[in-house]
Design a binder for this molecule. Structure first.
Ligand SMILES: [Zn+2]
Length: 304
C-alpha cells in the first residue's frame, strides 16, 4: 500500500497537503481542518476521525529534521481510512466501532516552516533570510534546522518549567533564535504552539496525547499525578513498540508538549522517539519505523 514512498526522497509540506486532501476527498468520515497558520502563513492541517467524546490526539514534526514523523502519521491516517471503510478488524479492535465512542485527531506536521527549511533551504526572498543566516552561524546549509521559521524550538515553547529552562538555556549560551533549543521570548510566543495549545484547551477533555519525534527508540512519559494509570499506558506502549521507557533529563526535561499536557492539564502524554540512527532519518527507514509504531498507533486510544 505504500508504493508511493518508493519515488520520493523526502516528505515535505506540499506532499503532506496532497495526501491529506486526497483522504478528505475520498472518505466522507474524515474531516480535514486547520488549527491555525505558521509564521510563514502555511495552514497547519489536522484530520479528525469519529465523533465520540473521548478525544485522543497525535502530533508529529515539532522539529524540522523530523519530517519522517509526518509520514508515519500520514500512513496511519491512510491505513485507518481503509480499515474503517472496509470495517476490518486490526490488532483485535474494529476502529469503525471504536470511533463511535472516540474522536481521533491527527496533526502530522506542527512545524511546516521548519520542515521546509530543512528540506529545501531558505530562499533569498524569505523576509527573514539575513537574520536566519546569522542564526545559522552564517551558513546557508539548513539541513540541521529543528526550530520554526524564526529560530524558536517549538518543543521548548510550552508553559511547563519555562523559567527553569530559561536559566539552563543561558548557561548553555543560547540567547536568541537558533537552529535548535532556543525556547522563545515567552511560553506560547509562537503561532504554531499557541494554535495547538488553544485546540487542546478549548476542545477538552482529552484522554491522551501522543507526540512523535525522532530518534532513539525511547518513550518519555512525564509524571501525570492525577492519572496514575498513565504509567501503565507508558509500559504498554513500550511493550507494543519495543522502545525503552525513559525519564527526560537536562534540557530535554522542560517546555515540551508532553510536559505541559501532563503537568498543567493532567492529560496523559507520551513522547515517542521513533526509529534509530542520525536525524533526519532517511525515508528508506519508513517501512521499518512504521511497522514498529503501527500497533501503538492503532491501540493507543484503548490503553488510556
Ligand atoms: Zn524532536
Amino acid at each position: 500500500m505504500h508504493n508511493q514512498e518508493k519515488n520520493i526522497r523526502v516528505f515535505d509540506y506540499t506532499t503532506l497537503m496532497e495526501r491529506m486532501r486526497r483522504l478528505a476527498d475520498a472518505y466522507s468520515f474524515v474531516t480535514l481542518s486547520y488549527i491555525g497558520t505558521s509564521i510563514l502563513d502555511r495552514a497547519i492541517p489536522i484530520l479528525h476521525f469519529g465523533g465520540g467524546n473521548r478525544r485522543v490526539l497525535y502530533v508529529g514534526a515539532h522539529h524540522g529534521m523530523e519530517w519522517i514523523t509526518s509520514l508515519i502519521l500520514t500512513q496511519f491516517c491512510e491505513e485507518l481510512c481503509k480499515v474503517i471503510n472496509s470495517n476490518e478488524r486490526i490488532y483485535g479492535i474494529y476502529p469503525c466501532e471504536l470511533l463511535k465512542g472516540y474522536t481521533l485527531s491527527i496533526l502530522p506536521m506542527l512545524n511546516p516552516d521548519g520542515v521546509e527549511y530543512q528540506i529545501h533551504g531558505v530562499d533569498k526572498d524569505n523576509p527573514l533570510h539575513d537574520r536566519l543566516l546569522e542564526m545559522n552561524g552564517g551558513s546557508s546549509d539548513f539541513s540541521a534546522w529543528q526550530a520554526n521559521a524564526r529560530g524558536v524550538d517549538l518543543n521548548h515553547n510550552y508553559d511547563a518549567g519555562f523559567d527553569e529552562y530559561k536559566k539552563l538555556e543561558r548557561e548553555k549560551g543560547i540567547q536568541k533564535g537558533a537552529p535548535t533549543r532556543y525556547s522563545g521570548e515567552c511560553a506560547e510566543s509562537e503561532p504554531e504552539v499557541a494554535a495547538l495549545c488553544n485546540l487542546i484547551r478549548f476542545s477538552a477533555p482529552w484522554r491522551g496525547v501522543m507526540t512523535l519525534h525522532t530518534q532513539g527508540e525511547e518513550i518519555f512519559a512525564p509524571l501525570c499525578k492525577e492519572k496514575p494509570k498513565s504509567e501503565v499506558t507508558a509500559r504498554r506502549l513500550s511493550e507494543l513498540t519495543g522502545y525503552r521507557l525513559c525519564r527526560a533529563k537536562g534540557l530535554a526535561a522542560y517546555g515540551g508538549l508532553s510536559d505541559w499536557c501532563a503537568e498543567k492539564l493532567s492529560i496523559p502524554a507520551f513522547t515517542m522517539e521513533c526509529g534509530r540512527g542520525k536525524n533526519p532519518l532517511p525515508i528508506t527507514q519508513i517501512s521499518s519505523v512504521y511497522s514498529t509504531m503501527r500497533a501503538s498507533l492503532f491501540l493507543f486510544p484503548t490503553i488510556l
